[in-house]
Design a protein around this ligand. Structure first.
Ligand code: FAD
Length: 291
């Protein structure tokens, strides 16, 4: 099924994101027990990230997406990056996705790797989207940034650039993680004023460990509301309290988003069914109303 149907039929689409495992030699099957648990949360789809470097690691994305579709019976959204790829690499992945019955792609440029010289074929996600669209067989989604992409000349310029994704055939957008819902709603208002009408799923990442604060929060350019920084100051040295507080923050964030009419929630589940399950339990009543 192409994800377009979900956005046409549901008020709020709920999805999870996972990434190909890096431990155990990167064996994709080590993720399968976690995926079995995530299936219980009844997601509308599960997305699988793709390394910006491309190469053989990309085939793990395809293998996991195929497992989600064929074994779990859930629609996968396979991420695909292009910054370090040549047309023959992209063609190969598209061919394999098609062979495996994966119909949905999140088309991305990919982050610049400091150690790699980008290939020259694709500058932007929309270049990749045009190539995918030519095959005619895939539904495409794109990324967006409620606080502006770090390389853009401000939020308004970044929103203007989203038009390229719309024109190239994106069916919906998924946001970068954010912690301040007012940023999301402001972004949606600006998009609509500019005539960009695509559904936009809000990307939410529960921050539940000190390591995540150090790695994710300090690296992201997302604004940190006072409530969030107070939570970190208060709980970051107590493992269990930080876990509970991070889950609680994500639940409150999502409840506000859904109750205020967000088109969907994309939970950055980080391969952790325990986290995804706790968040789901706190929002399931809102999602059930939709079904
Ligand atoms: P683009 O759309 O190409 O945008 C990049 C920059 O170029 C922006 O500043 C934009 O304003 C500008 N721009 C866009 N089009 C044009 C144009 N035609 N002319 C001039 N400027 C333009 N990374 C991975 O490596 N693997 C993943 O699986 C992955 N998944 C992601 C999932 C989501 C939901 C999100 C939000 C991000 C994800 N990323 C992933 C990170 C993403 O690759 C980076 O944020 C990257 O820096 C930009 O990707 P993009 O597809 O938005 O690029």
């Amino acid at each position: 099924m192409k994800l377009k149907q979900l956005f046409e039929s549901k008020k709020c689409v709920f999805s999870l994101e996972v990434f190909p495992p890096k431990k155990n030699g990167g064996d994709p099957t080590t993720l399968y027990p976690a995926l079995d648990e995530m299936k219980q949360l009844n997601p509308d789809y599960i997305s699988v990230t793709y390394g910006a470097a491309g190469g053989p690691a990309g085939m793990s994305t395809v293998q996991i997406a195929s497992h989600i579709k064929k074994t779990l019976g859930i629609e996968p959204l396979a991420h695909l990056t292009c910054i370090n790829s040549e047309p023959e690499d992209v063609e190969k992945v598209l061919h394999t996705l098609k062979e495996q019955g994966v119909e949905n792609i999140l088309a991305l440029r990919g982050d610049r790797c400091p150690d790699a010289h980008p290939a020259r074929s694709y500058q932007h996600a929309s270049d990749l989207m045009r190539v995918i669209a030519e095959t005619g067989d895939f539904y495409m989604a794109g990324a967006c940034y409620p606080e502006g992409h770090t390389e853009s000349d401000g939020l308004m310029q970044d929103i203007e650039n989203l038009r390229y994704k719309v024109e190239a055939g994106a069916g919906h957008l998924v946001t970068q993680l954010f912690f301040d819902n007012t940023r999301y709603f402001r972004f949606i208002n600006l998009l609509r004023k500019k005539g960009i009408a695509l559904p936009v799923q809000a990307g939410v990442m529960p921050i539940t460990t000190k390591r995540q604060i150090e790695r994710t929060v300090s690296l992201t350019s997302a604004s940190l509301p006072a409530e969030f920084t107070k939570m970190i100051a208060r709980y970051s040295d107590d493992e269990q309290a930080m876990f509970d507080a991070g889950i609680d923050y994500a639940i409150r964030q999502i409840r506000d988003l859904v109750e205020s009419g967000a088109d969907g929630i994309h939970l950055y589940a980080m391969n952790q069914p325990r986290v995804a399950k706790r968040v789901y339990e706190g929002i399931r009543d809102l999602l059930t109303e939709e079904n």
